[in-house]
Design a protein around this ligand. Structure first.
Ligand SMILES: CC(C)(COP(=O)(O)OP(=O)(O)OC[C@H]1O[C@@H](n2cnc3c(N)ncnc32)[C@H](O)[C@@H]1OP(=O)(O)O)[C@@H](O)C(=O)NCCC(=O)NCCS
Length: 173
């Protein structure tokens, strides 16, 4: 008889057991190469940016990363194996916004660069990273967190409570 698919509950249990051996830690300036690697891999996975543009992108990102981290507008977490290999991560950027009567703050926390190495996927790592980034925003008193989701990222974020908004886009030729 064919074996039935494991239930979501069973998958969550397996995932939690597997996830316990991974360690989350904050991103520092010294993690530039790892963070860049994860960001480049994320863009490659998305498949909508030409390789030659991704290849030239490193120094621009590195400058932005260092400046925003030093200014306190950027933070992040990396997930490591017990051997110290970074296998997942994500960033939280406090994005400048014009003043609004809705919020006291002129920055909105924005989640970016969520990435898990293929061999470590579907063990709850990206979810752990996103929850940690949301917790940072909450601790700092922000009323909301925003992000743009890829197709495979969308269900993960929805499970964490994110909802599609009223944002619109006009693509200029
Ligand atoms: C999306 C991504 C970050 C998920 O990482 P992860 O550590 O596997 O995520 P989690 O284990 O916390 O959550 C897994 C959930 O993501 C979704 N997901 C992950 N891989 C998927 C796939 N190949 N197909 C469909 N859904 C997928 C599912 O909802 C899955 O839940 P399930 O296993 O119960 O079905 C990872 O696949 C990745 O790095 N992809 C490439 C970069 C990217 O798209 N980043 C997101 C930018 S918004």
């Amino acid at each position: 008889m064919p074996r039935s698919e494991p239930t979501r509950q069973a998958r969550t249990r397996t995932r939690r057991r597997g996830a316990a051996r991974y360690v989350l830690r904050p991103v520092t300036l010294g993690d530039m190469a790892t963070v860049l690697h994860q960001r480049v891999a994320m863009f490659r996975a998305m498949g909508d940016v030409p390789d030659r543009r991704i290849a030239r992108y490193g120094p621009t990102f590195a400058r932005w990363f260092a400046r925003e981290l030093r200014a306190g507008h950027l933070s992040g977490v990396l997930v490591e194996t017990p051997e110290g290999a970074a296998v997942a991560g994500g960033l939280l950027w406090l994005q400048p916004r014009p003043p609004s009567p809705r919020f006291a703050q002129q920055r909105i926390p924005y989640v970016l660069s969520i990435y898990t190495e293929p061999a470590h996927r579907r063990r709850g790592l990206a979810s752990r990273v996103t929850r940690a980034l949301v917790a940072t925003a909450r601790r700092r008193g922000f009323p909301r967190v925003e992000l743009h989701a890829t197709e495979i990222g969308r269900p993960l974020y929805e499970r964490l409570g994110f909802r599609a908004t009223n944002q619109m886009r006009l693509v200029l030729p």
